[in-house]
Design a protein around this ligand. Structure first.
Ligand code: NDP
Ligand code: 8X3
Length: 249
């Protein structure tokens, strides 16, 4: 029976690199995201294993549940779920915060992760086997200036990951959380609403993590023996010591 991994947010950054890395490990890939053309590109790029693409917004509870439940039977034995879809929207003091940005971060990073998990878990429980990897952040360990609601969303991912691990231990399902520091992806471009110059400054003066570094780590995590779970991993660029301490040259 093929091993199947579902990766959310596979159209960019960490999710895309993870889909590619898991394909190299032989996992058949279910790649999800909103941008259909990016999903198609990824499907064409991964040639070693079959790839199924599902286009949905993680905020659309009914739509995503329908998409997951309508997968062909041979795709339903999902063994690995990487809850990666997410973003920051804005970087502003709470008194200047944009309520739409707050909604987006809580709806996508927290509720979206829950909706996808709710749709996929019955598939894992049917086999009493599975590994859920939630992408948290150093922002889920430390609050930084103007990070307020994004940090809250990642603190929530941390709490949800711990809760899932406790609730699912009797079911034999592994739950892990990866907490990256600064990774150069489209993250800052989204945070700064398309301002590429401002986004680029976030990664200047030091060597940030690459999406592939996180993907390598996830590939390592899912290939540990059945009795080993890397439950929480904080992964930083060497130049980063905390959410705010960075050795910039
Ligand atoms: P990118 O912006 O490069 O990728 C984000 C991915 O999430 C895209 O594939 C996007 O797909 C998907 N996504 C965003 N919103 C939605 C939505 N509403 N519905 C479905 N999919 C959505 O950023 P990263 O790769 O950096 O981010 C991935 C995860 O890593 C996020 O959870 C982020 O918080 C976390 N993280 C990132 C760090 C960094 O420094 N980059 C550090 C720590 C954690 P599409 O737009 O096609 O829907
Ligand atoms: C993304 C990393 O430090 O920009 O979660 O919040 S940070």
């Amino acid at each position: 029976m093929p091993r199947i991994a579902l990766v959310t947010g596979a159209t960019s950054g960490i999710g895309r690199a993870t889909a590619i890395a898991l394909a190299k490990q032989g996992y058949h890939i279910i790649a999800t995201g909103r941008r259909a053309e990016r999903l198609q590109e990824l499907q064409e790029q991964i040639t070693e294993v079959p790839v199924l693409t599902l286009q949905f917004d993680v905020r659309d509870r009914e739509g995503l549940s329908k998409a997951i439940n309508s997968m062909p039977e041979e795709w339903k034995a999902v063994e690995v779920l990487v809850n990666n879809a997410g973003n920051a929207h804005g970087l502003a003091p709470i008194q200047n915060g944009d309520v739409d940005d707050w909604d987006a971060m809580l709806d996508i990073n927290v509720k979206g992760l829950l909706y996808v998990t709710h749709a996929v878990l019955p598939l894992m429980l049917a086999h009493r086997k599975g590994h859920i990897i939630n992408i948290g952040s150093i922002a889920g360990k430390e609050v930084y200036a103007n990070g307020n609601v994004y940090c809250a969303s990642k603190f929530a991912v941390d709490a949800i990951s711990r809760g899932m691990r406790i609730d699912l231990v009797q079911e034999g399902i592994k739950v892990s959380e990866v907490k990256p520091g600064l990774v150069e992806t489209e993250f800052s471009e989204v945070r700064f609403k398309g301002d590429k110059d401002r986004a680029a400054t976030v990664y200047q003066g030091y060597e940030p993590l690459r999406a592939e570094d996180i993907a390598d780590l996830i590939a390592f995590m899912v290939t540990r023996p059945a009795h080993v779970n890397l439950a929480e991993v904080l992964v930083l660029p060497t130049a980063q010591a905390s959410a705010t301490v960075l050795n910039k040259q």
